[in-house]
Structure formats: C-alpha cells, structure tokens
Write a protein that binds this ligand. Structure first.
Ligand code: DX5
Ligand code: ZN
Length: 220
C-alpha cells in the first residue's frame, strides 16, 4: 500500500537532456507520481512540454503521469495529453470558459480530473465542481517557473480546501505545488495535503541524491 503523502516530482527541475533516464531514476528512488508541467508561453510566461514529449516519456516509467496544464484555451489539448499517456489532467479555472464541462470531458476521456487554484484565485467556485474532481491542487507559488519560494498563506488555503473536501465527503487528493521542501512539507501535510509536488527539492544533487530527497519529503 502506498504511504502518504504522495511525492510527485516535477520534472521541470530535471535534466531535460536526459528526460527518460530522469523519470526512471525518480521511480527507482521512490516517487509516487510524475508531475509534468505543461506551459504554453501564453497562460504562463514559459514554454515546456508538448504532448509528443509526454508520449516519448511514457515507456520509461510505470508511475502515473500527473499532467498540470498551464495552457489556455485548455480544452483543445485534453485529448492529445490523454492519448500521450496522462493519467491525471489538472486544469486552471482561468484556462477555459466552462470549467464544469472541462472536468467532465477529462473524466469522459478516462483520466482523473484535477482543478488547480493559484495563490490569487478564490475557492468560491470549488463547491460547484467538487463532485467532478479527483484532485485539487493548491499552488503555493504563482505558476510559470520552478525554484520559487513557498507562499506561506497557501497553508490557510490548503486547510480551507481540506475542510470543504471533508464536508462534501470527497476522497479527492489534495496536492500542493511550488516551493515545497523538507522544511515546509510537514506544515502542508498538517494543513491537510496528501500529495506534494516538488521540483528543486527532489532533483537537487543529481540522481544519487533522489532517494534521500524523496525520503525527506515523505517523512513529513
Ligand atoms: C510551477 C510548477 C511547479 C514547479 C515546482 O509553475 O507548476 O510544478 O515546477 O517546482 P519547485 O518545487 O522547484 O518550486
Ligand atoms: Zn506543477
């Protein structure tokens, strides 16, 4: 049985010249999911992984692919990333006009549906889609780049989401993303998170450090 919190390394911080070996290495080091940050240079000021790269990585690991879509409009891309091997597709409410439809479409494609809240995005819409989500992601930085500092007020937001999920009887995962380190992981878990995304904190030190880096986060 998988222990909590789930550790979801963001390959944004990996060596892009060795992506296949990097995902295999984090699996061997004890990661639970692979977090893939898709950025379009429009919704966020950076460009990263197209569906062909996700597809090329799929044979290199058996871990679930947790695909964080920072793309607008997002709807035209759901099918391509699902076909490329995404198990979870997480979308920002700002990235399309009809969040309810988008989440329904993700499940229709056979993937798990995630919704993500930026630091400045209110949770008010969440109660209207709570039954449609398998994962809620609370951003603890503004999206676009790895290596940013954790925004402490995110802990309150995590706690509020935890209260909403429990009140609704939802079993959705509660994931945190951005600036997560061994120093703040325990606070995230105490606030109610059960899945931690970490880029810098996993990939720092190179492959020989991954197992210890993941274990330090898991100990939260
Ligand atoms: C930011 C991304 C994060 C980021 C995490 O837009 O969604 O997944 O890569 O990287 P660290 O852990 O370095 O903040
Ligand atoms: Zn992410």
């Amino acid at each position: 049985m998988t222990s909590l919190p789930l550790i979801c390394p963001s390959i944004l911080a990996s060596d892009f010249a060795q992506l296949g070996a990097e995902v295999a290495a984090i699996e061997a080091a004890g990661a639970d999911w692979v977090h893939l940050d898709v950025m379009d240079g429009h919704f966020v000021p950076n460009i990263t992984l197209g569906p062909d790269i996700v597809k090329a990585l799929r044979p290199h690991t058996t871990l679930p692919f947790d695909v964080h879509l920072m793309v607008a409009p997002v709807d035209p891309w759901l099918e391509a990333y699902r076909a490329a091997g995404a198990d979870i597709l997480t979308v920002h409410p700002e990235s399309g006009p009809h969040l309810h439809r988008t989440l329904g479409r993700i499940r229709q494609l056979g993937a798990q549906a995630g919704v993500v809240f930026n630091p400045g995005t209110p949770l008010t819409i969440f109660e209207d889609v709570i039954e449609l989500v398998d994962l809620v992601l609370v951003m603890s930085v503004n999206p676009g780049f790895g290596g940013q500092s954790f925004i402490d007020s995110s802990l309150r937001k995590i706690a509020r989401v935890r209260t909403m999920l429990d009140a609704a009887g939802s079993k959705a995962r509660l994931q945190v993303d951005g600036g997560v380190t061994a120093a703040n992981a325990a606070a995230c878990v105490a606030a109610g998170a059960d899945a931690l995304v970490a880029g810098t904190a996993v990939f720092r030190g190179g492959p020989s450090a991954y197992a210890a880096n993941i274990a330090a986060l898991k100990a939260a």
